[in-house]
Ligand binder design. Structure first.
Ligand code: SF4
Ligand code: SF4
Length: 436
């Protein structure tokens, strides 16, 4: 159990943020969870009301509070539509931390977050091992998305179409000392992120190719860990803080102008949560976290706003171009206001962009929400799948690997022949066609 004085300080911090909610209910109309359940307890206003009496409720019914708080995608749709500017996601994350510190983590979460995830070398080895044996419990489904299904009836995997672990994760292809390439423009350090490293390494290779094509100097430190969001979403600030320390120490060794990531969730976590939820930062550490946050950017935004991406001449008429639709990741559009730049990259890659209805509606992934509430997550994801199919596209693009997983699952289950691609993959593919 946490130090009670520290807990009281956290609660006070939270209470100060909670008073900004005026209970107007504007968040109701945009909450993807409320759209499914129609329960006031599921919408931001209901959860914030619950948190107003947190200290009291925490002692009387900590499990009940925890359960209600965890029924949330942390998508930020409520915050993006809030007239009072309530920082809902940060409030929910701090509240989860308070509860986890009061109740303690379950043994399974302690093992996963503190013994594995918080130790990048150990975590890489464990995922590597799991990848070698995944064929025992998963069978590939020959579909456009490249997903697999469970071989045997499994309550955890259910009827999911999941993306398999890569046999060649990105970190294994890095030279021992990482990558340091010269360039004529701004120097970019790349934060890889777990999902890109272990499931979508092609996105990292494509990013590198696109940056090199534009003469961007690149730095990729080896030994990178997770950005910490899975720990934080479960309230574990200790392992989150350990991961921030680990990553910060790696990047501090290099000189760069901008930290880019191709993962919307990592970008949003580094920019918004590293400086605000790190546990007990010293003034020096706070300064470093703020400085890194200020120079962290989504890779599409960096290429469009700072580098100036060149459209690739394909020689195709508009009607001949591949039709691609784009899904706005919540962590990119609602959290960081990045929406136009990935679209520009897709067009520059020689694709015809066909907008879907509700392109910025959450896909329903929500990290651990998908694990604990798969029925709700699927119902939200199915709406997205219908909107994607209605465009007549052959590929859907999005800037977040977690969204890529959820959309692949939904399209795979529907038997759709639509591929799922990151904007960097589309652009890198177009570059390949240019190569004589
Ligand atoms: S979180 Fe914002 S939108 Fe929702 S009830 Fe409070 S003030 Fe209104
Ligand atoms: S973060 Fe998303 S799911 Fe959670 S309350 Fe807000 S809108 Fe609803």
């Amino acid at each position: 159990m946490a130090d009670m004085k520290e807990l009281a300080n956290l609660v006070k911090e939270l209470e100060d943020q909670l008073v900004t909610c005026i209970r107007c209910g504007m968040c109701q109309s945009v909450c993807p969870l409320f759209e499914q359940t129609r329960k006031e307890a599921d919408v931001a206003r209901g959860k914030l009301a619950l948190l107003t009496g947190l200290m009291e409720n925490m002692f009387t019914d900590p499990d009940g509070v925890n359960e209600r708080l965890n029924r949330c995608l942390l998508c930020g749709s409520c915050a993006a539509n809030c007239p009072s500017g309530v920082n809902v996601v940060e409030i929910f994350i701090k509240a989860r931390a308070i509860l986890a510190e009061y109740k303690g983590l379950s043994p399974a979460k302690k093992l996963i977050f503190r013994q594995l995830l918080a130790h990048p070398g150990r975590f890489d080895a464990m995922v590597d091992w799991a990848g070698r044996f995944q064929g025992l419990f998963a069978k590939p489904d020959a579909n456009a998305q490249g997903t697999s299904c469970a071989r045997l009836v499994s309550p955890l995997l259910s009827n999911r179409h999941f993306m398999p672990l890569s046999s060649n994760p990105f970190h294994k292809t890095l030279p021992e000392k990482g990558v340091t390439t010269p360039g004529s423009g701004p120097k970019a350090a790349i934060f890889i992120g777990c999902l890109i490293d272990k499931i979508f390494p092609g996105v990292a290779h494509a990013s590198l190719k696109v940056l090199s094509h534009h003469n961007v100097g690149v730095v990729i430190p080896p030994g990178q860990g997770c950005c910490g969001i899975p720990s934080l979403a479960s309230g574990d600030r200790d392992s989150f803080t350990r991961l921030v320390d680990h990553n910060l120490a790696l990047f501090e060794k290099y000189d760069f102008d901008v930290l880019v990531t191709a993962c919307a969730t990592c970008t949003s976590t580094i920019k918004k949560l590293w400086p605000s939820v790190y546990k007990n930062p010293s003034p020096g550490m706070q300064k470093k976290l703020t400085a890194l946050s200020e120079k962290t950017m989504d890779i599409n935004q960096f290429l469009v706003d700072q580098v100036g991406i060149e459209p690739i001449e394909t020689g195709l008429e508009d009607a001949e171009k591949e039709i691609v639709t784009y899904h706005d990741p919540c962590h990119l559009k609602k959290s960081l206001g990045v929406a136009d730049q990935p679209r520009q990259v897709i067009r520059a890659a020689g694709c015809r962009l066909e907008e879907m209805a509700g392109s910025d509606k959450c896909c329903g992934m929500g990290g651990s929400f998908n694990v604990y509430h798969y029925d709700l997550s699927s119902a939200i994801g199915t709406l997205k799948e219908h909107n994607i199919e209605a465009t007549g596209c052959t590929a859907v693009s999005t800037g977040c690997p977690a969204c890529m997983m959820q959309i692949s699952d939904m399209l795979g289950k529907a038997g759709a022949s639509i591929r799922v691609r990151h904007p960097m993959e589309l652009y890198a593919r177009a570059l390949e066609k240019l190569t004589p």
